[in-house]
Design a protein around this ligand. Structure first.
Ligand code: GDP
Length: 427
């Protein structure tokens, strides 16, 4: 009755225990069967596994333990990383290839190195004498002897359990019972000394992190110094190159970049146009033209500017203005012409003019000036159309060209006035 109550109490106590996170490292020489064992524990088929490069991690739940196992690669060159996992490990699983007698010495040295490490000494170690299914594999006692296991574990105060097993015999629930037994033993020892182990692990991990931080800083400092040295060298090199290239540049002629920004090109062109305009007007001033003509030119220029500004819409207005301005001049010219050219060939020229007029040069207000009589008017008297101005007719530009509106209007007005005059005279 008393023992029943004691069992109940211990069961209740275990039931109330919190879930404990435990980390284990699985080490051993390469090809010992570490990955196969880890896979078998995890419940995966353990055969045809690839040798571990670096490490792999497996998580499993075992009773009140959340177990993480780091399966670390066993190659000679990779063994150096094992120590990075010692601080956080609660125990060690050391896998031995029992069938490989030739490597027993190497295995012994490697195990000695592991147990000697200050962050492992004193922690529990499970030795799996693997590949027992293989012919000629060493038994438990032989492995203990080959590895001088008793001596080693006593030296480093490590609790030790050895389990002869075969990782490929089964996996998951059917895993080799020896592996299962060994794992239970290890977790049991860890649970028993959990507080002490946990305290040590916390301390060791804190120290290791501090050490890692310091190493990191030192590494960064080394890198920084190297970079500074390199930059200094580059600066010196650049200075040397810079002075030599400057000297080269001085001796070379300066070539203006042919690709200028469009804004500056436009500005430059506008300036040039402005200059040309000024020069043009200065030349006009110094030509010594009669003041009347000058005024006419100015008028025309001003008028053409106005017409430029109003963009063709004021064409009719401009015609009217020109009409007034030029009528005087035309009258004078016509009087002179009439007096000087009363000859026979004037008929011919008038005909020519009539033909041209009917084709193109009809002024805007044709109705006012065109003879309304259905009968053709009698041949007009000579009015002196032999002046070179008539030959300008073909040079007329389209109305769209505002710059030539002055000429066009001038001629239109002139023709209109002449026509009117002829008409008046005939009457
Ligand atoms: P690791 O390098 O220590 O991870 O070794 P692996 O787990 O990769 O195993 C290496 C080889 O040994 C693989 O071909 C496995 O199939 C084989 N192997 C692992 N354990 C056993 C075993 O118990 N018996 C036999 N016969 N072969 C095994």
């Amino acid at each position: 009755m008393f023992s029943l109550m004691a069992n109940c109490c211990s069961w209740f106590k275990r039931w109330r225990e919190p879930v404990r996170k435990v980390t284990l490292v699985m080490v051993g020489l390469d090809n010992a069967g570490k990955t196969a064992t880890a896979k078998g524990i995890q419940g995966e088929y353990p055969e045809d596994v690839a040798p571990t490069v670096g490490f792999s991690k497996i998580d499993l739940r075992q009773g009140k333990f959340e177990v993480t196992i780091f399966d670390l690669g066993g190659g000679k060159r990779i063994r150096g990383i094992w120590k990075n996992y010692y601080a956080e490990s609660y125990g060690v699983i050391f896998v031995v290839d029992s069938s490989d007698e030739e490597r027993m010495e190497e295995t012994k040295e490697t195990m000695s190195e592991v147990l000697r490490h200050p962050r492992i000494s004193g922690k529990p170690i499970l030795v799996l004498a693997n590949k027992q299914d293989k012919e000629g594999a060493l038994g438990e006692a032989d492995v203990i002897e080959c590895l001088s296991l008793e001596k080693l574990v006593n030296e480093h105060k490590c609790l030790c359990q050895i389990e002869p097993c075969s990782a490929v015999l089964g996996y998951g629930k059917k895993i080799d019972k020896s592996i299962k037994k060994g794992l239970y033993w290890l977790l049991h020892i860890i649970a028993r000394d959990f507080d002490a182990l946990n305290e040590r692990i916390q301390r060791d991990t804190t120290e290791q992190r501090a050490l890692e931080e310091q190493e990191k800083r030192e590494r960064a400092e080394r890198v920084r110094k190297l970079r500074e040295e390199r930059e200094q060298r580059e600066r010196e090199q650049a200075e040397l190159n810079g002075t030599s290239s400057l000297a080269e540049l001085d001796s070379e002629p300066i070539i203006v970049n042919p690709f200028q920004p469009i804004a500056s090109v436009i500005l430059e062109n506008e300036r040039k146009l402005e200059k040309d305009k000024k020069r043009h007007s200065m030349e006009k001033d110094s030509d010594g033209c009669p003041p009347k003509h000058k005024t006419e030119n100015e008028q025309i220029e001003t008028q053409s500017q106005i017409s430029d500004n109003s963009q063709k819409n004021n064409e009719l207005g401009i015609v009217e203005n020109y009409k007034e301005a030029l009528t005087q001049q035309l009258e004078n010219e016509d009087d002179t012409d009439q007096r000087s050219s009363e000859s026979d060939n004037s008929k011919k020229k008038t005909k020519k003019l009539r033909i041209k007029r009917s084709h193109r040069v009809e002024p805007v207000n044709t109705d006012d000036s065109a003879p309304k009589s259905p009968t053709p008017p009698p041949p007009p008297p000579p009015v002196g159309w032999g002046t070179p101005k008539v030959t300008r007719l073909p040079k007329l530009e389209p109305l769209g060209e505002t710059r030539h509106n002055a000429w066009y209007t001038f001629l239109c007005t002139w023709l209109m006035a002449s026509k009117q005059k002829i008409h008046d005279e005939l009457e």
